[in-house]
Design a binder for this molecule. Structure first.
Ligand SMILES: *[C@@H]1O[C@H](CO)[C@@H](O)[C@H](O)[C@H]1NC(C)=O
Ligand SMILES: *[C@@H]1O[C@H](CO)[C@@H](O)[C@H](O)[C@H]1NC(C)=O
Ligand SMILES: *[C@@H]1O[C@H](CO)[C@@H](O)[C@H](O)[C@H]1NC(C)=O
Ligand SMILES: *[C@@H]1O[C@H](CO)[C@@H](O)[C@H](O)[C@H]1NC(C)=O
Ligand SMILES: [Ca+2]
Length: 697
């Protein structure tokens, strides 16, 4: 694509569909928007043209929480739509929505739930719990997500089939379940080229789904219709209890209990399940389930958990994202050693739809300062079978930091290269994911000055990348640059230069609608005790908002707990007149600041003694908030080999809860795979970095 300039966009009225037009020299050709592959040439006269250079392509939805679409569609206050009532089904003790003949159109815009993204998740599950007994006169619709001329997702029922539609293509399953006027749960899960239907947790049927993958199903301009869907004729006439959209294709496997033999003998002494904890959580009380309703599922939005009725008991099941509200971190165990291309100062995690999770390390070293040195490489690893495996080697030059981002439907990785030439500068590189080759390729080089960090941020339709330039020649005073994505050229261009001193890290964050950039400044040539600065966006420029004194600052971490906003600085080094004997230079106090919203200022909240802290990472386990600090150098005494974890304890502030004697660590990240939670860190002193696994209390 890089050699084609997008100058003509046909038909800007409808939602962007499969094709847009591009012009190269004097030929006009169709381009497949979803893969940027040219598909065919066309004559100029075939189309009505509108000149517009903008192609708006939103990002995939990767951070959705489980949702009950039925709750979203029903008014919270006031009248229910005509033809809808809330009923109580005495036989199975369940409340549900009853849909009758002549039901009004129950609908809401998809943008209500897809707020920050425009593509339907590539992998997802939809569950519904329905009671339906009568014969079906027509096709009756459960849910339908569509825009003017296309159905993205739809589920409907006829006498003989349950029909699942994806991107206008129907997949039919035989309807064995909805015949007996009892409650039944049906779940559809979509992953890769498969759609599976699970009924009452007992039967699973899989069918092939013909689609491009990832398929980038645009839903930002769609409407979600429930029960009534297209016309009155196809309206549902039954009781619908829940209609759940759950990101991830494995909700059924997780939610359904292991199969229970049918002939099991039940008596009235109900077995108690040890983890039967759902009833005392706040929120609605759950109806009893009965022997009749084995396998039924219910979703409790308050405790964010799925419940399944087994042997007459609602059993709480945790699912991805929603999981583990009550869990606490107990301890960590070593899980995997990753052999890296060199010492690693940073690790970045990201996922690509259809390819899964990746980690990329910023590797340095291996090069002596000779004139004929080879460029170093950094390693990209893919998470496969619960291990990270080397996937691609990327050319870097004393890499310091990675950052990843989407622009439209393209995925990019940018590396900040320190290089070995502060006088002439070093290129830092932006790589682009090549979807067909399944590899990263160089997209753009940017000249930087001993770059320490890249930070990406987005504002509406504009994309920015800011570099922390650390030093130029022998001075630490050098501009750090904010680059802005130029849509026409598909390149980053300089947007704003900010004078910085020994800049080490940029962190972007927002509070309400205000946008901030914090820069950590480490050294001015004489002392590490200097100011770091926070900038606020006004118009299209960032202006200074606040300064705070830091000591060899290398990292800012921003996080929110409840309604409070925190910023914590990693102070790495204590050098200068304030420590003229250079004693314990690694020992510093790192400070946590809290935003005072009234005064509009970050105030000192807590100081924590650290040993060469160069990274803070905030994470949560269940409802608990933690911050972990790396201790990279470990001083000269071998006693301080510890990375430390602090837990938020309200009035007690952050309290030390774990000490881990592990390898030196420079950067921490946290990730989740199903119910399992892992931590990964980069080792700046050796070629082994590590994955740790969280054990829950
Ligand atoms: C969204 O849909 C409405 C009609 O439902 C249409 O008028 C509008 O132009 C569409 N917008 C886009 C961006 O496609
Ligand atoms: C940086 O990259 C550009 C374009 O790839 C190249 O022309 C230039 O020589 C490079 N500069 C350095 C210092 O490597
Ligand atoms: C850190 O703070 C403590 C308590 O305020 C103080 O005693 C100590 O000297 C400080 N350490 C450094 C290196 O500034
Ligand atoms: C600290 O870490 C170093 C490097 O991994 C190791 O050689 C040393 O044994 C550790 N010391 C302690 C006290 O654990
Ligand atoms: Ca960090």
């Amino acid at each position: 694509m890089s050699d084609i300039s997008v100058v003509v966009l046909v038909d800007t009225r409808g939602p962007p569909r499969e094709t847009i037009l591009c012009k190269r020299e004097h030929r006009i050709m169709y381009v497949d928007l979803r893969s940027w592959v040219m598909v065919q040439a066309a004559k100029v006269n075939d189309v009505v043209m509108e000149t517009s250079a903008t192609v708006r392509v939103p990002v995939p939805c990767t951070d959705l929480n489980p949702l009950n679409l039925l709750e979203e569609a029903m008014p919270r206050i006031g009248q229910l739509p005509d033809g809808v009532s809330v009923v109580y089904d005495a036989k199975s003790h369940a409340h549900a929505f009853q849909f009758m003949q002549g039901v009004a159109d129950v609908q809401f815009p998809a943008a209500q739930i897809f707020q920050r993204c425009g593509y339907f998740p590539e992998e997802f599950s939809i569950f519904f719990i329905l009671k339906h007994g009568r014969k079906y006169e027509n096709e009756e619709c459960i849910v339908n997500i569509r825009d003017i001329d296309r159905t993205s997702i739809s589920i409907s029922i006829t006498n003989s089939n349950i029909i699942f539609i994806y991107d206008s293509q129907p997949v039919k399953f035989r309807n064995y379940v909805f015949r007996d006027n009892n409650w039944h749960t049906v779940g559809f899960s979509v992953t890769g080229n498969t759609v599976s239907m699970t009924t009452d947790c007992l039967n699973i049927r899989r069918k092939r789904l013909k689609r491009q993958f990832p398929s980038f199903l645009m839903v930002s301009n769609s409407t979600i219709h429930i029960a009534s869907c297209r016309s009155r004729k196809s309206a549902l006439k039954g009781m619908l209890k829940d209609l759940l959209l759950i990101p991830g294709a494995d909700a059924a496997t997780k939610a359904c209990p292991p199969r229970v033999p049918r002939h099991i003998h039940h008596d009235n002494n109900l077995p108690m399940f040890p983890d039967f904890g759902g009833l005392d959580t706040p929120g609605p009380k759950w109806e009893d389930c009965t022997w009749m309703s084995v396998g039924n599922l219910a979703f409790d939005l308050y405790s964010q958990s799925l419940k399944v009725c087994i042997n007459g008991i609602w059993k709480q099941i945790s699912i991805r994202l929603a999981a583990q509200a009550k869990k606490k971190l107990d301890y960590l165990e070593a899980y995997q050693n990753i052999e890296t291309m060199g010492p690693s100062i940073d690790v970045e995690l990201f996922s690509i739809p259809g390819e899964g999770l990746f980690s990329v390390f910023a590797n340095s070293g291996g090069n002596s300062e000779t004139h004929h040195r080879k460029k170093s490489v950094s390693g990209l690893y893919q998470w496969a079978d619960k291990k990270f495996r080397l996937y691609q080697k990327l050319t870097t030059d004393e890499a310091q930091s990675w950052c990843s981002f989407w622009i439209g439907n393209q995925f990019y990785l940018a590396v900040a290269n320190y290089g070995l030439n502060p006088t002439h500068g070093t290129n830092s590189t932006i790589f682009r994911w090549h979807r067909r080759r399944k590899k990263f390729r160089v997209h753009q080089d940017i000249l930087t000055w001993t770059a320490r960090d890249f930070e990406y941020f987005q504002n509406d339709d504009d994309h920015f990348l800011v570099v922390a330039n650390h030093a130029k020649g022998s001075t630490q005073e050098v501009d750090s640059i904010i680059y802005k994505w130029n849509k026409r050229e598909k390149k980053f261009k300089e947007h704003q230069a900010i004078p910085t001193v020994g800049a080490y890290d940029w962190t972007y964050f927002t509070v309400d609608s205000y946008q901030f950039l914090a820069v950590a400044q480490a050294f001015n040539g004489l002392s590490t005790m200097i100011d770091s600065r926070i900038f606020l966006r006004q118009g299209d420029q960032f202006i200074q908002f606040q300064t705070m004194e830091t000591n060899g600052a290398t990292d800012w971490e921003f996080f929110k707990i409840g309604q409070e906003y925190f910023l914590v600085v990693a102070n790495a080094y204590n050098y200068g007149p304030q420590n003229f004997k250079s004693i314990n230079t690694y020992r510093t106090n790192s400070t946590i600041y809290k935003l005072n919203i009234q005064k509009k200022v970050f105030e000192r909240f807590q100081s924590i003694a650290t040993d060469s802290a160069i990274d803070w990472e905030h994470f949560t386990v269940g409802d608990n908030n933690y911050i972990i600090v790396s201790n990279a150098q470990n001083g000269d005494d071998e006693e301080n080999n510890n990375s430390l974890i602090y837990r938020w304890q309200g009035m007690d502030k952050f309290v030390l809860v774990h000490k881990m004697a592990i390898l030196p660590s420079a950067d921490w990240e946290v990730f989740q795979d199903g119910d399992d939670m892992y931590m990964i860190y980069a080792n700046p002193k050796g070629k082994i970095s590590q994955v740790l696994k969280v054990k829950y209390a």
